[in-house]
Structure formats: structure tokens, C-alpha cells
Design a protein around this ligand. Structure first.
Ligand code: IVH
Length: 697
């Protein structure tokens, strides 16, 4: 299975390609949700790009295997349900990426080939602002609506929030604007504003943002515009969508007009000629980057003449007339001062490099991950070494290697500890895989008795996607734990008993204690999936928790089943195995967790504090209850996600492929092989309208 994921594309068999594309579609979709909806990515942009790139390469080799839900056919992620949907007058598409001078040369060659031109082409070269794109509609010069990109076709209505951004005109200045125009650009936060925002969040015990882009996205997508108004969001305009009439003949002219109407435009943008111009502009932008005070992650090249842009048009989701030339990840040199061990929630011990602080791409870096003991051995990194550090615009910087010439004589090799650095000093065990092989991960075996693991557990428990308790940040958890008030998740719900003690703490006033306790009370009622996810069992992530919640329906049924799984009751194990996307790793992890008395006691103690809501029971009284449905081709009245959610709400199971188990195929225009298979297997096929009629009942 892993071979299909790692193998060079030209060596994949067709079956492996199917598996790899399925994996990539799910993986990329999950990252899209984290990035676009939760503003909390878990991988670097470079790693994300690599996943997309692999998906594209496999699809290029096996074009007949392109999935209906292929990431290559999608821009961004479905919008969240917190904001009203807004259909863009013209879709907000994305740009293809270029990573090298050769890619830029090829872009220019492609443009000239397509237009059959011999002469050098004029392009604009604009900084690629690393924020979140936004489309703002003006009618008769007045701001009427603003939307995020969403899935590219339909975005989220953020009008009230955008109105609070000072740099965005509520009314257009100057003249020459079309009666209706959707102005497009990037909402972003500067480095200083980002640092101040995070410092304030940290002081208030709230969660901090990983980078300015997430902070901008999180700030713009606040339910309460008053909160957005307090965030110093900024804006650059660089494009437009729907227009009631043409207003310019070139991108450069358009940028000047946008400026004259009151929009900030990037001062570093240039109009250049030919491939030399493209390359020189990239170097200029690289040089300007550290002084800008906000994040840019590359340069956008656009064919300047708009009539040529029109002729070049689009290929699926990206224009032929433009490309995003990305910067490589940023690097710097600094000294490795020490290596500490961080113990995670599951006991995994990760060596963390403590560094002499250094600025990389506008952000001061003091720590970097060293992943595991093997990585330290591979790099042969010693304490005192000068190291090369890389930050790829995301969360955890990495050490790429050492500078051997600068190794001091007294540099010290690092020996991985044999006992956990926690006060228990438990013996370190090497994790083994299902087949019994030792992995590179070393674990503390102390579980909840290890204070590090306990704190990591508590951090997970209060995190945004688990119990989401505001006001309980790292500092508060540590402090309350030290005072002996917080030893398990259930203790959080007993904190109100410590009200007086809390008030006596420095920096805890009436209001903050009140807010904290109210925040906790608000989570006493919790959905079953968050309850399960919050337990922090290995391999039970958010999606698995949702599947288990749906499968067991109530907390009692879940806990009873887990006890039986722990006892390896074959029926209970089978029931779990039958659930969608659940396999051996989840079963083993659940069994191991619930086999421990202290875990069971912890969960019971917690449950006694809570009102765990039942998961929505699968419907049994609808026309499609219990049926397996496959959607294929284009849907016109709803998105694929909506269709899936609707079918599941009505008790149906949605599958991605047609088999003998399929009961219904809903086919829209462009349906291909699945329709054929359905016909061969004699499965009932419905149009989208027939499906809607059926479910309307
Ligand atoms: S033009 C058809 N210009 O990069 C898309 N985009 O991958 C036209 N971006 O979604 C977009 N700076 O969020 C354009 N100067 C710039 C940009 C820019 C940042 C972002 C934008 C877009 C993404 C494209």
C-alpha cells in the first residue's frame, strides 16, 4: 500500500495508480479543509504542492483514471456553513505554479506558441501576496457585497467584515469605473500586526496563529464583525471578476485604474518585456522580499494585453495567461545551542533543536524540529554546530544540515535519552509496526502518569477541533496542573470549585475568570464526535471520530462497544471494522486504550461531568435509507459535497465507485465509465432532477 504512495510515477501499475489517486484525493481534501475552513494547516505549502504535483503526474500518465473528485478539478475547499453562500459573477480560479527559471522560460514559450508570436511579450510581474483572496462587488461605485473564494464558484459572504477593513473603499474614488465590478485582491496582515495579535492572544490564554496568512483568514472569517474590526487587516487589489463593461486594455493600465479608484496596489509590481524581463523581475522581488513587512510567496506573471489574455483563456482551473513563480523555502544559518526532548500526547519523543534566534523570512525562529534519533544521526548534527535552517512559510522550521567548516572543537554529539525526561524517568520504548518491525519513533511508556503526556493530552482535549475551550492555553494548563487543580480532562469541569483560588492568581481578574468558567460551562454539552476525538486516542482523528459517533450513536453504546473491543470480542471488533474507513490501526489503538484501567476510569470520570449529545441517528424512513448511492458527472443544482451530505442525512451511504453493492447511480452531464459500469450491472440510474424528486419524497 505504501509503495503505491512512494513509488516513482512511471513505475506505478494501474491498480497502484488507482489506490494512490484515491489516497491523494482524500489527503488533499483533508488538507484543504484544514487550510481553507479551519485556518489551521498541518503541513507546509511545499509538502502540499508536492501532493498536488504527484496527483497531477499520475493523472497525466493515467488520464482515464481521473476521479470525479480529483483535486486537480477543484480550487480551494467547500465553504463552511457559518456564512451565507455568494455565487461569484465570474469564478475565482487559481494559478498554476512555476518553480524555476526553466519553468518561466517555458511559460513564455507556451504563451508565444499559443498566440503564434515571434516578438517579445509584455508581462506584468506582481508580488504574490500570501493572504486570502477576496472578491468585492461594487454597484454604481458602492460596495455591496464581499466574499471569500470558497470553492471558486461560491464563496462565503463576509461583507460586514470586509466593511471594517480601512484600506478597502466603501465607495470608489475617481472615475471610469464600470457600473458593476467585482474587485479581487488579497486580504493580509503585516508582520508587526501579526506579532502583536499573537502576543495579545498568548497573554489572554487564547490560541495563537501559525502565520500571518492564517491570522488574516481567521480574522476575516469571524462571526462577529466587531472582532474583525479590531484586527489590523490590509488589502491589495490585483484583479477583477465580473464587470458590466470593459474598462482597460492591459493589466498594467487596470492596476493604475484600481489605484485611482482608491485601492492599494503593490508598489513592487512591474511591467516587463520578454523572458529576460520575467527573470529580472523575479530577482528584484526576491531582493525586496525581506524589507516588505508582509509575506509574499512568489511572483505572479501575467500577459499584459487583455485581448491576449482573452485569447489564451483557461485550461480547467487555471489561466494560460498567468503563472505563479514560487519562491523556494527560506533559509538561514544559526547555531544549535541544545537539544530538548518534547513528549507528545501519545508519548512520542521528538527532539527539538534550541537555536540562537535568527530571522528567517521576517519571522524570528528559536526552535526547529529534528524529528527523531535517526534524523540526528543522518545529519550528524552536534551541539555547538552552525546549522542551515529552512522555513517554508508554515509552522515548524526544519534543519537541513550542518556547516562542517564551522564546527567548533568542543561540539558535542547528542545521545538520545534512554529514559523519558519526565520525573517518572520511564524507560523509552521503540514503537513497532503491525508486522513487528521497530520504527524510528521512541516513546515514553508512562502514558497519563507522565506529566508531559498528560499536558499534551490536555492541550489536545481543549484544542479547537476537540472541546474548543477558550482561555485554556498552554500557560494556563501548565499553571493549573502545577497547582494540582488539573490532572485529567474531567478536572477542567471541576475548575469552578477553584474560583477563589483562580481569582487570587496574578493576572486573573473577575472578567477573565468569569470568561474562562463560562467557556468551560459552554462545553459541558458536547457532540459525541468531539467527545471521542477529544479522548486523544492514537489514530482516532476527527474523521474517524465522526464515523464512530455515527456508527454508535450514543456515548453509552460507544463506551460499551469499546470495552468489548478491548476484550477482543469478535462481534464488537467486526462491527467496528465494518465502519467506513476504519481498519486495523484504529481497532488496535482503541483496544489498547480501553484495555487500560486508568484510561477507562478517566473516560468515565469525564463522561459523568458532561451531557454528551447523541449523534444524529441514520434515518430509516426515507426513500433512500440504507441504500448505497454513487454520484457521477457534473451536478448542476448542488455541489458534490452538498449531495453527499444530503444523501447521508437521509440514511444513504455514498460511495465513490460503482460495484454490485451499489443501489443507485445519480448521473449528471459528462458521466463516463461509472455510468457504463452501472448499465453493465443493471443498476438503477437517475438524473439529478429525478434524485431530487426521490429525496423530496
Ligand atoms: S491573479 C486566475 N495576482 O494567488 C487567478 N493572484 O494561485 C488570478 N495571489 O487565488 C489571480 N497575489 O489568492 C493574482 N498579484 C496577484 C496575486 C494573486 C496573490 C493569490 C490569489 C490567487 C492565488 C493564485
Amino acid at each position: 500500500m505504501d509503495s503505491a504512495r512512494a513509488k516513482p510515477v512511471d513505475q506505478l501499475t494501474e491498480a497502484e495508480a488507482v489506490e494512490a489517486l484515491t489516497f491523494l484525493a482524500d489527503e488533499i481534501a483533508a488538507h484543504d479543509i484544514r487550510y481553507y475552513q479551519q485556518d489551521e494547516p498541518s503541513i507546509s505549502d511545499a509538502d502540499y504542492d508536492a501532493l498536488k504535483q504527484r496527483n497531477a503526474e499520475i493523472e497525466a500518465r493515467f488520464p482515464h483514471l481521473v476521479r470525479d473528485n480529483s483535486p486537480s478539478l477543484r480550487v480551494g475547499a467547500a465553504r463552511s456553513e457559518q456564512f451565507a453562500p455568494v455565487e461569484h459573477g465570474v469564478p475565482m480560479l487559481s494559478l498554476d505554479n512555476a518553480f524555476s527559471d526553466e519553468d518561466a522560460v517555458e511559460f513564455d514559450a507556451r504563451v508565444r506558441r499559443f498566440l503564434k508570436l515571434d516578438e517579445a511579450v509584455a508581462y506584468t510581474a506582481e508580488p504574490k501576496i500570501d493572504g486570502l483572496s477576496c472578491s468585492i462587488r461594487y454597484e454604481n461605485g458602492v460596495l455591496v457585497r464581499a466574499a471569500t473564494r470558497g470553492d471558486g464558484r461560491v464563496g462565503e459572504d463576509v461583507t460586514a467584515n470586509v466593511r471594517t477593513v480601512g484600506e478597502i473603499p466603501k465607495r470608489l474614488a475617481g472615475k471610469g469605473w464600470p457600473e458593476v465590478i467585482e474587485i479581487r485582491g488579497e486580504v493580509y496582515l503585516g508582520h508587526e500586526e501579526f506579532a502583536a495579535l499573537n502576543a495579545a492572544a498568548e497573554a489572554a490564554g487564547q490560541k495563537t496563529y501559525a502565520n500571518p496568512r492564517n491570522a488574516a483568514a481567521g480574522s476575516l472569517r469571524q462571526i462577529d464583525p466587531k472582532v474583525t474590526a479590531q484586527r489590523p487587516l490590509r488589502f491589495f487589489a490585483y484583479a477583477w471578476g465580473l464587470v458590466s463593461e470593459p474598462f482597460a486594455t492591459s493589466q498594467w493600465e487596470a492596476l493604475q485604474l484600481l489605484k485611482s479608484w482608491g485601492f492599494p496596489t503593490t508598489p513592487e509590481s512591474q511591467c516587463v518585456t520578454g523572458v529576460e524581463g520575467l527573470l529580472a523581475a523575479y530577482r528584484d522581488m526576491e531582493a525586496a522580499r525581506p524589507k516588505l513587512g508582509y509575506d509574499i510567496d512568489g511572483v505572479v506573471y501575467k500577459v499584459d494585453r487583455l485581448d491576449w489574455q482573452q485569447r489564451l483563456g483557461f485550461v480547467s482551473r487555471a489561466p494560460r495567461w498567468g503563472v505563479a513563480r514560487k519562491f523556494p523555502a527560506q533559509q538561514a544559518r544559526t547555531v544549535l545551542e541544545a537539544i530538548d526532548i518534547q513528549v507528545g500526547r501519545t508519548g512520542a519523543m521528538t527532539p527539538v533543536a534550541r537555536l540562537t534566534p535568527v530571522t528567517v523570512g521576517g519571522v524570528v525562529v528559536t526552535n526547529a524540529t529534528l524529528h527523531n534519533a535517526d534524523e540526528i544521526a543522518r545529519l550528524d548534527v552536534r551541539i555547538g554546530d552552525t546549522v542551515i535552517l529552512q522555513r517554508a512559510g508554515d509552522v515548524i522550521p526544519q534543519i537541513l544540515g550542518v556547516v562542517p567548516e564551522e564546527r567548533p572543537k568542543d561540539a558535542v554529539s547528542y545521545e538520545f535519552p534512554h529514559v523519558c525526561p519526565c520525573p517518572l524517568h520511564t524507560e523509552v520504548v521503540r514503537e513497532t509496526t503491525a508486522s513487528g518491525a521497530e520504527t524510528v519513533v521512541r516513546r515514553c511508556s508512562g502514558e497519563f502518569a507522565c506529566p508531559f503526556q498528560k499536558l499534551a493530552h490536555l492541550r489536545h482535549f481543549v484544542s479547537r477541533r476537540a472541546f474548543d475551550i477558550e482561555g485554556l492555553g498552554e500557560k494556563q494548563l501548565t499553571l493549573f496542573n502545577e497547582r494540582g487543580w488539573l490532572n485529567s480532562p474531567a478536572d477542567i469541569f471541576r475548575l469552578h470549585e477553584k474560583r477563589e483560588e483562580l481569582l487570587a492568581l496574578e493576572r486573573f481578574g473577575e472578567t477573565s475568570v468569569k470568561n474562562l468558567l463560562e467557556g468551560i460551562e459552554a462545553r459541558r454539552t458536547i457532540s459525541l464526535d468531539r467527545f471521542i476525538y477529544g479522548l486523544g486516542i492514537r489514530h482516532i482523528g476527527e474523521t474517524t471520530a465522526v464515523v464512530m459517533a455515527r456508527g454508535y450513536h450514543t456515548a453509552d453504546a460507544f463506551l460499551e462497544a469499546m470495552d468489548r473491543v478491548a476484550a477482543r470480542d469478535p462481534e464488537a471488533v467486526q462491527e467496528l471494522d465494518d465502519m467506513d474507513q476504519i481498519g486495523g490501526a484504529v481497532i488496535d489503538a482503541a483496544a489498547a486504550f480501553f484495555a487500560e484501567d486508568h484510561n477507562r476510569a478517566m473516560v468515565q470520570d469525564l463522561k459523568a461531568q458532561l451531557a454528551v449529545q447523541d449523534a444524529e441517528a441514520p434515518k430509516t424512513d426515507t426513500a433512500v435509507a440504507g441504500k448505497t448511492v454513487v454520484f457521477t458527472g457534473a451536478l448542476e443544482k448542488m455541489t458534490r459535497d452538498e449531495a453527499k451530505a444530503q444523501a447521508e442525512r437521509l440514511g444513504a451511504k455514498v460511495s465513490g465507485s460503482v460495484s454490485k453493492k451499489t443501489d443507485l447511480v445519480v448521473a449528471g452531464p459528462g458521466a463516463g465509465s461509472k455510468l457504463k459500469t452501472a448499465a453493465e450491472l443493471g443498476i438503477q440510474v437517475l438524473t439529478e432532477d429525478e434524485w431530487l424528486e426521490l429525496v423530496a419524497g
